[in-house]
Design a protein around this ligand. Structure first.
Ligand SMILES: N[C@@H](CCC(=O)N[C@@H](CS)C(=O)NCC(=O)O)C(=O)O
Length: 208
């Protein structure tokens, strides 16, 4: 299987899940800043994903799976013993999907594109930061009752996704100082050996 990724973007989330699950992936970097996007082997990435975005998982039969929230579940289900997703059909699985959807729609798409494109202007960016702060406050109070992870004691695919997106906060000038539990969550997840391996594989800088 091959993961198309761009360093430090949302594709880090399936990358972390693969490492945590003990699944070895081929990886191919995509330059999402070039138009059209090209892969590290020089291919036009829009031929892989006409929407032009990572992550894309190419399965061994050559078929392609897109959308991070679906890819992490696919990977987690290949190794149920790693407990990165509760069994399909259980109430807990819907809870996981609820978190994945929350991160995708309420956080990921609020940080990006708004905070990565200065052309939207300072006012739009401040509105985005305000919305993000509201959503992070609800994560903060959830962690107070449930922690240390979103689903309780067990690290899941939703934690990998939350860690990836909230990890953009410094760059996006999102202030986390009001969210001590979330900051502790970021430190806890960032210290996991397999999370560090995934980041290292993408050439990211690791905290000491
Ligand atoms: N709906 C997609 C969005 C993925 C996405 O936004 N990917 C960004 C990186 S975080 C990207 O590749 N952007 C490049 C582009 O859209 O051209 C998902 O959830 O997987």
């Amino acid at each position: 299987m091959k993961l198309y990724y761009a360093t430090g973007t949302c594709s880090l989330s399936p990358h972390i899940v693969a490492f945590e699950a003990g699944i070895s992936l081929d990886i191919e970097r995509v330059d999402i800043f070039k138009k059209p996007h090209v892969t590290s082997t020089g291919h036009d990435f829009t031929k892989v994903n006409p929407n032009g975005y990572v992550p894309v998982l190419e399965l061994d039969d050559g078929s392609l799976l897109t959308e991070g929230a679906a890819i992490v579940q696919y990977l987690a289900d290949l190794r149920p013993e790693a407990k990165l997703a509760p069994a399909a059909g259980t109430r807990e699985r819907y809870e996981l999907q609820s978190w994945l959807n929350f991160v995708a729609s309420e956080l990921h798409k609020m940080y990006s594109p708004w905070l990565f494109h200065p052309e939207y202007g300072a006012q739009a960016q401040e509105v985005a930061r305000g919305k993000i702060a509201e959503r992070l406050a609800s994560v903060e109070s959830h962690l107070a009752g449930t922690g240390p992870y979103l689903m309780g004691e067990t690290f899941t695919a939703a934690d990998a996704y939350l860690f990836t997106i909230v990890g953009w906060s410094d760059f996006a000038k999102v202030d986390l100082s009001a969210f001590p539990r979330l900051r502790a969550f970021m430190d806890r997840v960032g210290a996991r050996p397999m999370v560090r391996e995934a980041m290292r594989a993408e050439g990211m800088k690791l905290a000491a």
